[in-house]
Each structure stands twice: as structure tokens, then as C-alpha cells.
Design a protein around this ligand. Structure first.
Ligand code: T4K
Length: 372
């Protein structure tokens, strides 16, 4: 039996580099709370991303939660049901009602043509997700946000390394969140960041992550503990040196996937060539396929099981839709989400990570082709 292949595998730097980076901690004993490595990592990231304002957090979810608090969102927030639990949980945990908008068929992000009809006097923001690292329709979303005086926030958990006409994807909207979780294109073991436009939010984005503490005798808000520690910052700092090379390796693998799967009628992949024409530089974070059973003669679940029987573990990101979670069922609007439902019922994300190897991609595609 071949070795187990999981949907992803964390990228790690050469261990000597990581050990060298953390060695100083045995001298300083300063392990968290605004440490030296943390500050160095923050600067390095700002340079890499070409952004003005950036704050680091313990993970992407807390970063998103703190954006919502710092920007003082309330009432209703328009968002996508085709995402990881985190996006909706962050909204609901802050006492806000999520209003779900359908997604588009092209890259599965929120359908910007369907947003305006969902805006009410209670709407305070649009929280869109660059799902799989695919950019939302930023131009249209920005113009809607401007027209109705709404905040525009991006859950960019999947989108590290993506650029549009050379500009990092995080530099659009009022604020964006990246996740640096172990499963991401770029990781700091666990971690996250917020990139934001207006300096006015700096104070809250900083103090909310540290119990609202501003000084030894000053607590100015009801904050959380969402600080990134030195070991995580060191991993992020080391991994950052390899992220571009890793994205190149991912690209090659995705090219093979696209080429081999284009031979199977009824399997849809992301249109990377079209993205290139639009000035988008992809990060190849996930490799989602959408399977139309009427054309292929087999379903998404058939492929999932066939791969599993070959020791290959794909994932159904993102099934079920958030609106179908037990905790949300019948609580929020679920009508008018036909594309999200269609995609969620048919999507499968295939294994992708830098050292997956072309032979494994060929094997995975061979198994799928053999089902045809
Ligand atoms: N917004 C969106 C749109 C997100 O997708 C996420 C996270 C967030 C917000 C929140 O960001 P964070 O707070 O997580 O920073 C995984 C990740 O845990 C999660 O970060 C990610 N999205 C989500 C899409 O995927 P699971 O429950 O599928 O993870 P798990 O443990 O099943 O791992 C998946 C595969 O990854 C494993 O089969 C093998 C590999 N893996 C996993 C771990 C934990 C590794 O190679 N190394 C590891 O250390 O959620």
C-alpha cells in the first residue's frame, strides 16, 4: 500500500534555521508578550506584503474577532455561507446577525451582484472571504461599501501570497485577516494577522489582543488574550523565506492537476489562466474540483471514497454550508443560496502541498480518470 496522502502537509523550514532563531530565547527567557522575534517578524511581514498597518495574533479566528470588535460592527453583516466555520462564528459571537449572500459560479466567492438587495438599515459591513485564495470582486464590493457607507472586511485566511496587479490582496477594503495556521500556504504553527487601512483602529487592534491593557495601570477595553508567542513568530519568520518557492512548487502541481483532469468531462477546476489575464497571481492554496455527476457518472462522494480506499484523504471543504450546521440550522436566511448549495454538495479539495510530487498528482488523477 502506498503511503497515506493527506489533503495538506505543513511546510517547515530547515530545522537548523528554526533552532538558530529560537536559541536566543534560552538567554532572554522572554517567550511572549511583544517579544524580539515577534517584532522582527512583524517588520519582515510588512515588507513582504507592502502594507502600512499590520498586527499579529495567536490565530486567524481571534484576528477576525478582534477586527469586528475594533471596527465596532453591529446589527447585520452580509457574508458568505461557503466558508470555514470561523467566519460566521466570529460574526455571531459578537452578537451580530449574519445575512447570507449566494456565491458566484466562477470562483465561489460572494456574488457581488446579489449583495445590494440584502442591505437593510441595520447592515454595518460586508465580510467577504477570498475562499481558496481566489479574490472576491473587490472593485464592486468596494463601490457598494462606499455607496452605503458600510465597512468592507476580507477573511483572507486562504490568500497569503496572492497579488492583484502586483499589489498584495490584503491591501484592499478596510481590513483583511490572514491565517497562519499549520495547514496554510504560509504558517507560523498557529497565527494570524490583520492588515488595515485607517490608523484610527490601531489602538483597539493592539489592546484588544492583550486583555485591553495599555499600560501596567491602564486597562481601556474588555479585551482578550490573542497574542502571538515567540516560538510561533520564529516559525513564521523562518517560513517566510520559503513561501515564494513553495508557491512555485504548488503552481507546477496545479498545472498537472488541471491538465490531467481536463480530460474528465464534468470536472471543473479553478481557471488559473483566466486569473493570470486578470492580473491575479495565485497562491494555489487549495485544489478544489466541482463534480457534475450528470456528466461524470459519479458523485463527489464516490471520488472521496475511491481516493480513501487508495489511502488518499481529500476533504470536502466546504461542506456542509455554514447555514446547514446544527448550531445555525433554521436560525438565519437560507433561501436564495442555490449556487452555494450546488457547489458545496459537489466540491472536493484534492491534496496539495509543495512536496506532494508530480507522481502523486498523476496517481490521484489516474484514479479519478479510471472512474469515468
Ligand atoms: N477563515 C477561514 C476561511 C478559514 O479557512 C479558517 C481556517 C479561519 C478563518 C480561521 O483561521 P485559524 O484560526 O485556523 O488561523 C483546518 C485548519 O485548522 C483551519 O485553520 C482552516 N481554516 C481549515 C480550512 O482547515 P481542519 O479541521 O480541516 O483541520 P485538520 O486538523 O483536519 O487538518 C487538515 C489536514 O491538514 C490534515 O489532514 C493534515 C494537515 N495538517 C494538519 C495539522 C493540524 C498538517 O499537515 N499539520 C498540522 O499540524 O481545519
Amino acid at each position: 500500500m502506498n503511503d497515506k496522502i493527506l489533503v495538506t502537509k505543513s511546510s517547515l523550514p530547515p530545522k537548523e534555521e528554526y533552532f538558530k532563531k529560537i536559541e536566543q530565547l534560552w538567554k532572554t527567557h522572554w517567550l511572549t508578550n511583544n517579544g524580539v522575534i515577534y517584532n522582527e517578524f512583524e517588520d519582515k511581514l510588512k515588507k513582504y506584503l507592502g502594507c502600512k498597518n499590520l498586527e499579529l495574533y495567536v490565530n486567524g479566528h481571534m484576528a477576525l474577532d478582534i477586527i469586528i470588535k475594533a471596527l465596532q460592527l453591529k446589527g447585520e453583516v452580509i457574508t458568505t455561507p461557503f466558508t470555514f466555520a470561523s467566519t460566521t462564528h466570529a460574526i455571531v459571537m459578537n452578537g451580530i446577525k449574519p445575512v447570507f449572500c449566494d456565491i458566484n459560479e466562477t470562483n465561489y466567492t460572494i456574488d457581488s451582484d446579489k449583495i445590494e438587495s440584502l442591505i437593510s438599515e441595520k447592515t454595518t459591513a460586508i465580510l467577504a472571504v477570498h475562499v481558496y485564495g481566489q479574490p472576491c470582486d473587490i472593485k464592486k464590493l468596494s463601490s457598494i461599501a462606499n455607496k452605503y457607507n458600510l465597512k468592507l472586511i476580507f477573511d483572507a485566511a486562504h490568500a497569503f501570497g496572492v497579488t492583484i496587479n502586483g499589489e498584495s490582496i490584503c491591501n484592499f477594503g478596510d481590513a483583511s485577516m490572514f491565517s497562519f495556521h499549520a495547514t496554510k500556504v504560509f504558517n507560523s504553527i498557529e497565527g494570524g494577522a490583520v492588515i488595515y487601512k485607517d490608523d484610527i483602529y490601531s489602538r483597539d487592534l493592539k489592546n484588544l489582543r492583550n486583555f485591553g491593557i495599555e499600560g501596567p495601570e491602564s486597562v481601556i477595553s474588555v479585551g482578550l488574550n490573542a497574542k502571538m508567542n515567540e516560538f510561533a513568530a520564529a516559525m513564521g519568520s523562518c517560513n517566510l523565506d520559503y513561501v515564494d518557492k513553495n508557491i512555485e512548487k504548488r503552481e507546477k502541481l496545479c498545472q498537472y492537476y488541471v491538465e490531467l483532469l481536463s480530460k474528465v468531462n464534468g470536472i471543473k477546476t479553478i481557471n488559473y489562466n483566466n486569473n493570470k489575464k486578470l492580473g491575479i497571481k495565485d497562491n494555489y492554496a487549495y485544489f478544489p474540483i466541482v463534480i457534475d455527476e450528470n456528466q461524470t457518472g459519479f458523485t463527489r462522494d464516490d471520488v472521496f471514497k475511491e481516493l480513501e480506499s487508495n489511502n488518499i484523504y481529500s476533504r470536502k471543504y466546504f461542506y456542509p454550508l455554514v447555514t446547514e450546521f446544527e448550531c445555525y440550522k433554521d436560525k438565519f436566511n437560507t433561501d436564495s443560496l442555490p449556487i452555494a448549495k450546488y457547489v458545496s454538495d459537489r466540491v472536493l479539495t484534492l491534496p496539495i502541498y509543495p512536496d506532494l510530487g508530480i507522481d502523486n498528482v498523476k496517481r490521484i488523477c489516474g484514479i479519478i480518470q479510471g472512474m469515468h
